[in-house]
Design a protein around this ligand. Structure first.
Ligand SMILES: *Cc1c(COP(=O)(O)O)cnc(C)c1O
Length: 398
């Protein structure tokens, strides 16, 4: 083994040891990337559903979950649905996205952002991210729009494809808020609807306001790996009463209220969150402040343990934002895929689940031919990120 690879093996061992110092070393059970915390009233509320028979599409927990989420986020209205992807699908339609129109989004996102756009018959248009937020870069977006877009009769047109650009969907990566103020301003200037994919950022605030509340609509996810879970679930949040009413209608098969008749006035969706899932959600929401504190503490423990680790840093919340630290991320100083894979292998050997970031959307077969801006930061970050185990309960060991 040469000197260089010996040093690199030493560096990798240093990183794994630092992480083990925080979460303890694993004996036989692998440490998961993210597991739910199901204490508190979870069992008792779910049991109530089973005891009373109210497990499905009617029952009091859905409305209670929606009210409590509205109170927590400050959103005027919340509509609970079956998952975050369904929430995005409906939110995009309500934002006015139509067939053969384009939706601006980061290439560095989870597949749901692009897929929900495809469900609308629309086309993702990929833009670059900012290294300080890991989310959409408003300055690069402004440059890109100034080159390709023009506003005619209040519609933003992509001059290269002749399609309308209908919406912008920033995503708050790992819970870290995107720089929203310049994005809001850009959307106004170019007549674009802003829809936030806040699936990962429940409990994250930008200048004191909850993420998901800066545009027409925002969406949340309560999948099993998110900061709180309903098993599977999602929500649409908005301050617009009209949009909220439509969201409720569209996600409940567009059935007109009537004591016994089945009359539906459009092609709706069966996207309503079942009561048993909402029961779990109510119990989880009661613990959100505690989970947020634990996540922040875990991030701090990681930061201290990794402070002297060579060539990597723990990603830190952007200025002006308060992040939920949903998923901790190690940021490698340089885009060195071989080194990243050595580190991932060392974690796997130590029975610690660590993961790279998603493959950028523009590299996936079905999205390769979509329009895109310069994606140099995306390309670099795609090989520089390693997510560390981030379950809230790990903080206790730190
Ligand atoms: C989790 C997630 C979603 C929604 O996922 P569901 O599993 O459908 O709830 C959407 N976007 C991002 C960025 C996500 O991380």
């Amino acid at each position: 083994m040469g000197i260089a690879s010996q040093t690199s093996t030493g560096h990798v061992a240093h990183i794994v040891a630092a992480v083990e110092q925080v979460i303890g070393s694993s004996t036989d059970c692998p440490v998961l990337l993210h597991g739910p915390s199901l204490e508190g009233n979870c069992w008792s509320y779910v049991k109530q559903c089973i005891d009373t028979g109210w497990v499905s599409s009617a029952g009091a927990f859905v409305e209670r979950f929606e009210k409590e989420l509205a109170a927590y986020t400050g959103a005027g209205y919340v509509v609970a649905v079956v998952n975050g992807t369904a929430a995005l699908h409906v939110a995009l339609q309500l934002a006015g996205v139509q067939r053969d129109e384009e939706v601006l989004m980061p290439s560095l996102t989870f597949i749901a952002t692009a897929n929900a756009t495809s469900y609308c018959g629309a086309v993702p248009h990929f833009v670059d991210v900012d290294e300080r937020t890991l989310g959409m870069d408003p300055h690069k977006l402004a440059d890109h729009l100034s080159q390709i877009a023009e506003v005619c009769d209040g519609r933003c047109i992509n001059r290269q494809t002749r399609r309308r650009i209908a919406a912008v969907v920033p995503m708050h990566t790992f819970g870290h808020p995107v720089d929203l103020d310049p994005l809001v301003e850009l959307c106004q200037r170019y007549h674009l609807a802003l829809v936030e994919d806040a699936a990962e950022s429940l409990g994250s605030f930008y200048h004191g306001k909850h993420t998901g509340r800066f545009g027409k609509l925002g969406i949340l996810s309560f999948n099993g790996n998110k900061i709180i879970t309903t098993g599977g679930g999602g929500a649409i949040i908005t301050d617009d009463q009209q949009l909220a009413r439509q969201a409720k209608h569209m996600t409940t098969t567009a059935k007109l209220p009537h004591a016994w008749e089945y009359v539906h006035d459009q092609v709706g969706y069966n996207y309503r969150m079942p009561n048993i899932n909402a029961a779990l959600g109510c119990a989880q929401l009661e613990r959100l402040p505690e989970l947020l504190a634990a996540k922040r503490a875990l991030a701090e423990h990681y930061r201290q343990a990794l402070a002297a680790a060579p060539g990597v840093q723990l990603f830190r919340e952007p200025d002006g934002a308060s992040s939920n630290y949903w998923l901790n991320a190690l940021l490698l100083d340089a885009p060195d895929r071989e080194r990243r894979d050595q580190i991932l292998q060392a974690f796997a050997d130590a029975k610690i689940q660590a993961r790279p970031i998603w493959k950028p959307m523009h590299e996936l077969t079905m999205y390769q031919r979509c329009p895109r801006a310069d994606l140099s930061t995306t390309r670099s970050l795609a090989h520089r990120i390693i997510n560390l185990p981030s379950s809230a309960f790990l903080a206790k060991q730190g």
